[in-house]
Ligand binder design. Structure first.
Ligand SMILES: *Cc1c(COP(=O)(O)O)cnc(C)c1O
Length: 210
């Protein structure tokens, strides 16, 4: 169903470990969770080769709990959070893979860097002080709307910010190659616009009971 080069992050938040196990047995390996407590409870119940992605807003006081436990934190939405992840990773002696979350949607979550903020973060090389964090790319969400043109514009903006950063050879970035965007209702558009990871929950696991 997904073209080559696009990975699926199965978003299992609010679903029990047994549902993850079922998807795991069917071959799925990357799972996304958005709450620290929930992911920490699930990790020990499930196979150790699961590739966990944290995709929710991460409170700074919970960074310490999550560092070293997940393969990637997709939702880094401030420089303060980034510095903390780096500091905790250094203390723990691990390297943490992260994505920078972009805020382009018009009425969705307020979390994330504005495109111009993220571009100046890179242009000013403010990543150079990081020692234990690898910035692998960007993550974002489109506006929550049925308007396909709006959704496409949002994804195109995320992809364009990504390209501007990744094609700037002066930055000397290595392994900056991930564009995580697209959910159950809009992932085909995200793929057309250049997603390399799509994060799909309800289409796989059914509706969530919050
Ligand atoms: C819940 C969630 C998803 C998955 O949404 P679905 O509509 O269930 O596919 C994707 N990304 C983030 C950041 C989420 O919180």
């Amino acid at each position: 169903m997904l073209p080559e080069g696009v990975r699926l992050c199965a978003v299992s938040k609010f679903h029990p470990a047994s549902a993850i196990r079922e998807a795991y047995d069917a071959g799925q390996r990357i799972f996304g969770e958005s709450r620290v407590q929930e992911i920490l409870e699930k990790i020990p119940q499930l196979p150790s080769d699961i590739v966990w992605h944290f995709i929710g807003h991460l409170q700074t006081n919970k960074v310490k709990q999550i560092v070293g436990k997940v393969a990637m934190i997709e939702s880094v939405d401030s420089e303060r959070l980034l510095s903390l992840i780096d500091a905790e990773s250094r203390k723990a002696g691990v390297q943490t893979n992260i994505l920078m979350q972009l805020h382009v949607a018009k009425e969705e979550t307020k979390f994330g860097f504005l495109p111009e903020e993220l571009l100046s973060f890179f242009k000013e090389k403010r990543f150079e002080s990081l020692t234990n964090t690898h910035i692998c790319g960007v993550m974002g969400m489109a506006s929550n709307t049925d308007d396909e043109d709006r959704i496409r514009k949002d994804f195109a903006e995320i992809a364009s910010v990504f390209r501007e950063i990744s094609e700037d050879t002066a930055l000397g970035l290595r392994g900056f190659d991930v564009v995580s965007m697209g959910m159950s209702h809009d992932w085909p558009i995200a793929v057309e616009e250049g997603a390399t990871i799509v994060r799909i929950g309800s289409s796989i696991f059914g509706d969530r009971n919050y």
